[in-house]
Design a protein around this ligand. Structure first.
Ligand code: UDP
Length: 191
């Protein structure tokens, strides 16, 4: 909101609940990548960790039965998942969000490797407003420690690495979501 990105969040109710606008979700996952990782490395044989010389945007169709396949802008327009104008707006919003978050995470000594975003339409009568309708968390971003490249996201779980809980709380702590005291308690509990 601070950088003028319209989004579905109205207010936070408690640690688990939020009041949000009811959006007509566009059936696409928009992935923005700054560093090669995950499916990009597997699909194209690019080495994990390769710094990309510009942010790479990819579209995936939201369809679990088909395992969310990669699709092109041509597919999106042909099958009516979004219009050309909507794609253009989604691209520019996604790049702005990525730009902002790169700097934001860097200030917390975290590298934003990639992230996934979803958008939707909020209908106000005949008019619709395009809004971001997603979370930003270690579940839909790849976050690596700036100094050590330690993974601080869901890849810890997928790659069977230890300290999943600590890694998530490390991010929460650096972002000021949990206090130093709460974070230290976690460390003690894990030991
Ligand atoms: N991602 C996500 N939900 C999905 C697929 C991907 O949040 O259903 C995120 C993932 O966490 C990563 C980025 O999108 O930050 C790129 O994911 P990738 O295409 O590399 O797929 P992965 O191998 O992570 O499934």
């Amino acid at each position: 909101s601070e950088i003028g990105i319209k989004n579905h969040l109205i207010k936070r109710i408690n640690m688990r609940e939020q009041l949000v606008y009811n959006l007509e979700i566009i059936p696409l996952e928009i992935v923005v990548r700054n560093v090669a990782a995950g499916s990009l490395t597997k699909r194209l044989g690019i080495k994990e960790g390769k710094l990309l010389n510009r942010p790479l945007v990819e579209f995936y169709l939201k369809n679990d039965l088909l395992n969310d396949p990669l699709v092109s802008e041509e597919h999106i327009v042909t099958f009516g998942w979004a219009s050309n104008d909507e794609i253009e707006e989604i691209l520019s919003l996604s790049l702005r969000i990525n730009d902002f978050l790169l700097g934001f995470f860097l200030s917390k000594k975290i590298r934003l490797i990639d992230l996934k975003l979803e958008f939707g339409k909020f209908w106000d009568g005949e008019e619709s407003i395009l809004m971001l309708g997603d979370e930003i968390s270690p579940d839909n971003c790849r976050l690596w420690d700036l100094n050590t490249n330690k993974k601080l996201d869901k890849d810890r779980f997928r790659e069977d690495l230890e300290e999943i809980d600590t890694a998530y709380k490390e991010v929460a702590h650096r972002l000021g979501v949990i206090s130093e005291e709460q974070f230290k308690k976690t460390l003690k509990n894990e030991i």
